[in-house]
Ligand binder design. Structure first.
Ligand code: FAD
Length: 388
C-alpha cells in the first residue's frame, strides 16, 4: 500500500471526495480560501474521456445555482453556454401548445449541458495552484478519528492519504456517508419512487431546433410525463418519466410507436419513428432516489454536501442548484466562525438541514402533481421555479 502525506507547509488540507458538479465547485470555494485542496474522483478525468457516463444530459440552472457560480467567478462563462428558457410549453394530447412563463418578462432559467458544466468547473478548480485533482481514486473507507482515507486505484492497488477536513460530495450513494451510518444519532432515510426515467434525443430539423428553443417543453399525461430541454447543438434532450412497470410493458419497436401515438403523437415526427424504435431500447430506464439525513457532519472532521447529503427527485429542478447553494452557505459560516471547523460544521448542519429537507419535500410534492394536465392549466404548479 502506497502512503502519501498531503500536509504541505502548515496549511490545512481539505479533501473533497467526488468531482461531480458540487465537488468541483466546492474545490474552488476551498481553494479560494487558501486551503490545500485535494480532490478525489473515482472516474477518469471526464475532460479526456471519450464517453462521459452519468445522469441527465442537461439540467436547469436557476438563481441559487447561478449565485454560487458567481462567488467563484464562473457565472458568466456558464451562462454564456446556457439556453434561456423563459417559460414552460405545455403540449396537450391534441398537439396544442400553451406557454406558462417562469416569472416576469425577461426572467428565465437556463438549460445547461451537464458534462460541459462539470468540465468547466474542474478546469476552474485546477487554475488554483493550491488544488490538486486526483482521478481514478475511489474512496473505500475513512476514519472519523484520524481523517485517514483509503482509495482503490484502477489496477487493484490502494493508496492512503490524510486530511484535516473531508468534504463528502460523492453523490447519492456516498461512500463518505457510510461512516455516518455506523454512528449513533444519525438519521437516515432513502426512498425510491416507482417512476424511472429515459432520455431520448430530438435532432435538429433543417439545421434548426425542431421545436421553439426558449422553453422547457412538457407533455403531462396524468400518471407520467415527458419533458424536453434544448441543447446548444440544436438538439433537445427529451426525458420520459414513467412507472417502471409501464416501461417494461413496451418490448417491441411497434409497441413504442403505438405508445407514442397514443400519448405523444406530436413528438413522433419530431423525434423520428425510426429513432424512437431504436433509442427506446438503448438503455434501460434509470431509477430515482430521495435521500434525507442529519446531521451533515461528524465532529470537526467531515461534512456532506450535494446529493451525498440530500439526493432529491428531479421534479423541482433543484438538486444541483441546492447542492451549489450548500457551498455558499458553508462559505458564509466559515466567515462567521473564522474557519474554525469545530464551530463551522455543527452550525452548517443546524442551518442547512431544514432547508435541504424542505427542498426534498417540495420535489416529492411536485412528483405527485407534476404529471397532471389539469393542475398545469390551473397555473398552480411551480416546477423549476425561478425564485428557488
Ligand atoms: P454527483 O453529480 O452524483 O457527483 C458525485 C461524484 O462523486 C461523481 O463524479 C462520482 O463519480 C463521484 N464518486 C462517487 N462515489 C465515489 C467514491 N467512492 N470515491 C470518489 N468519488 C466518488 N438538478 C438541478 O438543479 N436541475 C435540474 O434540472 C436537474 N435535473 C435532473 C434530471 C435528472 C433526470 C436527474 C436524475 C437529476 C437532476 N438534477 C437536477 C439533480 C442533479 O443531477 C444532482 O443534484 C447533481 O448531479 C448533484 O451533484 P453532486 O456533485 O452532489 O453529485
Amino acid at each position: 500500500m502506497e502512503e502519501s502525506a498531503l500536509r504541505r507547509e502548515d496549511k490545512k488540507v481539505v479533501a473533497v471526495v467526488g468531482a461531480g458538479l458540487v465537488g468541483a465547485l466546492n474545490a474552488c470555494f476551498f481553494a479560494k480560501r487558501g486551503f490545500e485542496v485535494e480532490v478525489f474522483e473515482t472516474r477518469e478525468d471526464i475532460r479526456k474521456a471519450k464517453v462521459v457516463k452519468g445522469r441527465s444530459i442537461n439540467l436547469a440552472l436557476s438563481h441559487r445555482g447561478r449565485t454560487a457560480l458567481k462567488h467563484v467567478g464562473m457565472e458568466d462563462k456558464i451562462v454564456s453556454k446556457g439556453i434561456p428558457m423563459n417559460a414552460r410549453m405545455i403540449h396537450s394530447l391534441s398537439g396544442k401548445q400553451s406557454p406558462i412563463p417562469y416569472g416576469k418578462k425577461g426572467q428565465y432559467i437556463l438549460s445547461v449541458d451537464r458534462a460541459n458544466l462539470n468540465k468547466e468547473l474542474l478546469t476552474a478548480a485546477e487554475t488554483y495552484p493550491n488544488t490538486k485533482l486526483n482521478f481514478d481514486h475511489k474512496l473505500q473507507d475513512w476514519s472519523a478519528e484520524t481523517g485517514l482515507m483509503t482509495f482503490a486505484r484502477p489496477h487493484g492497488s490502494k493508496t492512503q492519504t490524510q486530511a484535516d477536513l473531508i468534504v463528502g460530495c460523492d453523490g447519492a450513494f456516498s461512500a463518505v456517508r457510510k461512516q455516518f451510518l455506523r454512528r449513533s444519532r444519525f438519521n437516515y432515510s432513502q426512498t425510491y419512487i416507482p417512476h424511472g426515467y429515459m432520455e431520448l434525443t430530438m435532432r435538429p430539423r433543417n439545421g434548426e431546433f425542431a421545436m421553439k428553443p426558449n422553453y422547457l417543453h412538457i407533455w403531462p399525461r396524468n400518471t407520467f410525463m415527458m419533458i424536453a430541454l434544448p441543447n446548444l447543438d440544436k438538439t433537445f434532450t427529451c426525458t420520459l418519466f414513467m412507472p417502471f412497470e409501464e416501461f417494461e410493458k413496451i418490448s417491441t419497436g411497434d409497441e413504442v410507436i403505438e405508445f407514442f401515438q397514443k400519448y405523444f403523437p406530436d413528438a413522433i415526427p419530431l423525434i423520428g419513428a425510426a429513432t424512437l424504435r431504436r433509442d427506446y431500447f438503448r438503455l434501460p430506464a434509470q431509477a430515482m432516489v430521495s435521500v434525507k439525513c442529519s446531521p451533515y457532519h461528524i465532529g470537526d472532521k467531515c461534512v456532506l454536501m450535494g446529493d451525498a447529503a440530500h439526493a432529491v427527485v428531479p421534479f423541482y429542478g433543484q438538486g444541483m442548484n441546492a447542492g451549489f447553494e450548500d457551498c455558499i452557505v458553508f462559505d458564509e459560516i466559515m466567515n462567521q466562525f473564522n474557519e474554525d471547523f469545530s464551530a463551522v460544521l455543527p452550525e452548517y448542519s443546524r442551518v442547512r438541514v431544514p432547508d435541504d429537507h424542505a427542498i426534498a419535500d417540495l420535489a416529492m410534492y411536485n412528483y405527485v402533481e407534476v404529471f397532471s394536465p389539469a393542475l398545469w392549466s390551473s397555473g398552480l404548479l411551480v416546477i423549476h421555479s425561478l425564485e428557488a
